[in-house]
Every structure is written in C-alpha cells, then in structure tokens.
Design a binder for this molecule. Structure first.
Ligand SMILES: Nc1ncnc2c1ncn2[C@@H]1O[C@H](COP(=O)(O)OP(=O)(O)OP(=O)(O)O)[C@@H](O)[C@H]1O
Ligand SMILES: [Mg+2]
Length: 237
C-alpha cells in the first residue's frame, strides 16, 4: 500500500482538488465492480482543520472511496500504514499561510494540532505530491515546502503544475517549468489545466468521475487520469 501526501504551504494551489480527484480516478480503476459490497481499496484523508472541511463532511458517506477527517486523531494517523484492505491513501494537508518565521519549529512545521498531524503523516508518507500554480507568487512557498519540509525528511516527491489556463498562453507555464527544473525538482509531465468545471464541482462537493460525459468534462477529467497514470497507481494488488 502507498501513502501519497499532497503538500504545499501555499494556500489555494489545488491540494484538496488533487487529493479527492486522484482518489476518485484511482477508485474508478481499482474498485471491484463484480463485488457490489466490496469495499474500496482507496482512502482520502483530510488533515485540514478548516478550509475544505465542509467539503469533506458534506460527502463523507457517498463517495466511491473512503473518506476520513483526521486532524486531531494522531493515533489513527500513525496507523495509516495498517488500514485493512487499503492500497492507496491520499492525504490532503492545510497550507500554513500566515505562519511567521519565528513560529516555525526546527522542522519547519510550526506548533499546534495541525503541525503535529502533518508530522505524523509525513512520518508514514511514501510520496509527496507538490502542486504549483503557473504564477510567480506560488514559487517561494513551494521552494520552502520542498527545501525545508520535504528534502530534510528524505521523502520522494513530485511537483505538478495545476490550474494552467491554456487561454493564457504558454509564457507563465514555461516560466514555471523552468523554475522547477532550475531547482532540480522532479516535475510531472502532466499539467492539470484550469477548467471552470473543477471550480464549480469543488463548490458542489463533486469529483471528476461524476462529471457528465460531454467534451469539456472529459478533457477536464483526462488530466487526473493522466496524472494517476504517471503516479502508477492503477495496479491491482
Ligand atoms: N485545475 C483547476 N481548475 C479550476 N479550478 C481549480 C483547479 N484547481 C483548483 N481549483 C479551484 O481553486 C480553489 C483552490 O483549490 P483547492 O481548494 O483545491 O486548493 P488548496 O490548496 O486545497 O487550498 P487550501 O490551502 O486553502 O486548502 C478551489 O476553488 C478549486 O475549486
Ligand atoms: Mg485545501
């Protein structure tokens, strides 16, 4: 089983969107349709104390994967590796947006319940997914997340560009790719494009596998299937 943690201290870069949609497409492939009572081998976990909590709570019982809201349940977080029947766990994390440098602990994660929860999940993480938006404001927080939080722990990680609007052209996209490569960070080939549909869907608590099958919706879904293919999460046991 593998634990994928979606992490970036920058708020609003798509951590929650990526977590739930990767869980959805992975479940789409791995759920056993021949066994209607079969339990999904995919779980999504939020350690976000606020933010998307409403989203998670609103859908907790009717998604095609398990959902756990676990920010204050450290015991359970350290047990993530032992979830029976689970093959892939996706963990959504909070941004620590307003944390002043003086509030950082020695491991760059700060104090309090959500920092402790983050430590707990990073201790069991197999891989970290780092979303970045194609705009310079997300560069510094991303660098800090990778250099101060991920690398010191020796974790495997992959940066993925999210929310690129093809109508904006390729200038910012290429700047972002160059920035990632100049830092020597591994970058996913998949670029998750901006679609109004994603913004609306997250407001409605919908995941990509529930989108209608019109052309735009299929394109929007495609990015998550491509990214899941790159992550190689479609294997059975
Ligand atoms: N590819 C995309 N296309 C369109 N909208 C997107 C895309 N990715 C994210 N969004 C929208 O951007 C907003 C922020 O995304 P999201 O909540 O996933 O970010 P986050 O990193 O979890 O934020 P926070 O740090 O506040 O938890 C949401 O309204 C979401 O619907
Ligand atoms: Mg979020």
């Amino acid at each position: 089983m593998a634990i994928h943690v979606v992490l970036n201290q920058k708020g609003g870069v798509g951590k929650s969107t990526i977590t739930v949609n990767l869980a959805a497409v992975t479940a789409d492939v791995l759920n056993h349709s021949d066994d209607p009572d079969g339990s999904s081998p995919v779980a999504a976990i939020s350690v976000d104390p606020q933010g998307s909590a409403v989203w998670w709570a609103s859908r907790i019982n009717d998604l095609p994967f398990h959902v756990v809201q676990a920010h204050d349940d450290l015991e359970n977080l350290t047990q993530l590796k032992n979830l029976p029947g689970i093959e892939h766990v996706y963990v959504d994390t909070p941004g620590w947006i307003d944390m002043a440098p003086g509030e950082e602990g020695p491991d760059a994660l700060g104090k309090g319940d959500s920092a402790d929860a983050l430590r707990a999940v990073l201790n069991v993480a197999d891989q970290v997914i780092v979303p970045i938006e194609p705009e310079p404001l997300s560069f510094d927080p991303t660098a800090r997340t990778i250099e101060k939080v991920i690398k010191p722990r020796g974790l495997r990680y992959l940066v993925v560009i999210n929310n690129w609007d093809p109508r904006d052209g390729t200038y910012d996209l290429n700047e972002t790719k160059d920035f990632v490569k100049a830092n020597g960070w591994p970058l996913a080939h998949t670029v998750i494009r901006h679609y109004k549909l994603h913004t609306r869907a997250s407001a409605d608590g919908q995941v990509v596998t529930e989108y209608p099958s019109n052309r735009v919706a299929l394109q929007a879904r495609e990015d998550f299937y491509k990214f899941a293919l790159e992550l190689n999460v479609g294997r059975g046991r």
